[in-house]
Design a protein. Structure first.
Lengths: 352, 352
């Protein structure tokens, strides 16, 4: 029996409901792989602010650092929108990423066949799309100094150091090796020196991965290409800000935004979360789609626990449930069986 | 008789052919509105580099400053791709924008009914889309100091001063007044101080435009929204880098990228150009689509020459030609009449 400690941070809004679903799935899957998993829940986000006046307490942070993996639901909501910027959920999220050294954000953009009609893109354009965005998550303009504003101006600094580009490039090449062996590095090297630097380092790292094809693409063109022909991509690697934009477009075009997982990885810690937000409008109504969180759990089994078979089991249960016609409200279509969060979870558990 | 001086910069690749088409159209339209237009051609881009070792000479710059409007084709091509960054066409373009003070880049994202099938988005999502992106063009991270790179890192500075945000916001609000009275300002204020500053100034300027509705949107969400439901937008205003990305997605989703014009406006000068590039693969083959350049000419008549009727005349000729089924290769579809650049131009001239 291998013992694993997971910290869960349900957070706000539907975060509670989707993480509750995930906990049931983890508990069902663990014994099949001879795992003893303990799940310790902590406050993070608005709920933490309400209890302690802080979105991310030292105690929660310490618990995360003491866990094998962190599972996050979602944070934020109208209640905390008017706090000063440094008190907001976003600031806590950035602090958590930085403190845990989660420099690699991995976001699959995969079209589920059962949902290929749900995209605003034509079916023939998106069907079969399956790529991954590897976004640098603890550097760039999100964290660069100097930064600030006064009466007359505002400023931020986009900066990358060599080791930051090197390690994210390696993540991308390693991932590409396990997939289609193609990396597209996105930058704005025709204008920005930080991008010229980025491009140079990515190409240096590429020397160790000659079995992988590397292309460069300008960010403006890349944003268009994701919409024009998403099937051309295998692994995209890019900086924090560009990755924020590109990974959101990539998620959107799949038509499965409520379905997409993410992993944020560092050298020591790992955090898994659905890419959707806290959806305050449907929170507490048993309407939330738990599948993105379950897919995040699948990624956790694959990556942190090194059990790809467990990941596959969960993915199969998801596809099975979809192909039986079960849908939460966000992905409903004609003729489907409308399911609540708990019904959806039941189906998955049955499938497992 | 009003005398107007236009400087044309055909540039490289298909720039030559589309500007030649535009010159014919200008010469046909001018007399109808009692204009005497002189068009003076100058070198810019790769062709200028080949002749003078510089992409933008002092002489060309002086000519632009002496004109009522500048008409640009496109610049660049494989021949000049390996020059150092500061010698490349991109650098010349940025210098031209800066020297002429062209701080407002106006890019309509309009779906031509005849081409509504050409988008990778579903027809019902894009049909009727008609918004304009107002991109700040002479500030932000494109021009911010300090900037550079060394062995260990690369850096750029995203900075906005108050007057820069004020004047671009005014452009957007003024434009919205003539359209749907709605402005969406795009930023990343949940992370960047420069965006918090931007947002604050835009809201201050908004006080003078209470008849216009103002919304803020984060750039990652905006990129998704343009793909999800483009019809929600009327006027988008945003910074240089975000505008680069957002305006390209906006153009792409219309399915009419080869059809879209742009205007770059300052307090003293104005430049008009198609948003497509120099397309070296089809250059010199009489295959280029001149319509984006002709639409840019229409914008020139509307804006700089204050002759909206002349602009409308050109737009009508474009729609007329499309509805007769004429198409260049880039927008061809089943049952259309495949036309060369010169044939397309002939049709437009007949229509006028
Ligand atoms: C909430 C925000 C700070 C965050 C980001 O920009 O990184 C979000 O957009 C994301 O992509 O996770
Ligand atoms: C060529 C490049 C410098 C330019 C830009 O980034 O502004 C282009 O992408 C554009 O949008 O006109």
């Amino acid at each position: 029996m291998r013992s694993i400690k997971i910290v869960s941070l349900p957070g706000d809004g539907i975060g509670q409901e989707v993480v509750a679903s995930a906990v049931q799935v983890i508990e069902k899957v663990a014994p099949k792989f001879d795992l003893e998993i303990s799940i310790e829940e902590h406050l993070f986000g608005g709920c933490s602010y309400d209890a302690h006046g802080e979105m991310l307490t030292e105690e929660t942070l310490a618990a995360c650092k003491n866990a094998d993996a962190v599972l996050l639901g979602a944070v934020g909501g109208p209640k905390w929108e008017n706090l000063p910027h440094n008190k907001k959920p976003e600031a806590a999220l950035l602090k958590l990423r930085k403190e845990l050294g989660l420099y690699a954000n991995i976001r699959p953009a995969k079209v589920f066949d059962a949902l290929a009609d749900a995209s605003s893109l034509k079916k023939d354009i998106i069907q079969g799309t399956d790529f991954v965005v590897v976004r640098e998550l603890t550097g760039g303009i999100y964290f660069g100094q100097p930064r600030g504003y006064d009466e007359e101006k505002g400023w931020n600094t986009m900066v990358y150091e060599k080791y930051e580009v090197e390690r994210i490039a390696r993540q991308a090449f390693e991932l590409a090796r396990k997939r289609g062996k193609k990396v597209t590095s996105i930058d704005k090297a025709n204008v920005l020196e930080v991008s010229q630097f980025w491009r140079q380092i990515v190409h240096e790292v590429h020397k160790d991965y000659q079995d992988v094809v590397l292309n460069d693409m300008y960010v403006d063109n890349a944003a268009m290409q994701v919409v024009r022909n998403p099937k051309q991509f295998d692994v995209i690697v890019t900086s924090n800000l560009f990755g924020d934009i590109i990974s959101d477009i990539s998620g959107m075009i799949t038509g499965s935004l409520g379905m997409l997982p993410s992993a944020s990885l560092g050298d020591k810690y790992a955090l898994y979360e659905p890419i959707h937000g806290s959806a305050p409008d449907i929170a507490g109504q048993n309407k939330a789609n738990p599948l993105a969180t379950l897919a995040s759990v699948a990624m956790m089994f694959e990556n942190t626990l090194d059990l790809p078979e467990a990941g596959k089991l969960i993915y199969s249960a998801i596809e099975d449930t979809l192909s039986k016609g079960y849908r939460t409200g966000d992905i409903k279509s004609e003729g489907c069986k409308l399911a609540s969060t708990t019904e959806m979870t039941e189906q998955i558990l049955t499938s497992l």
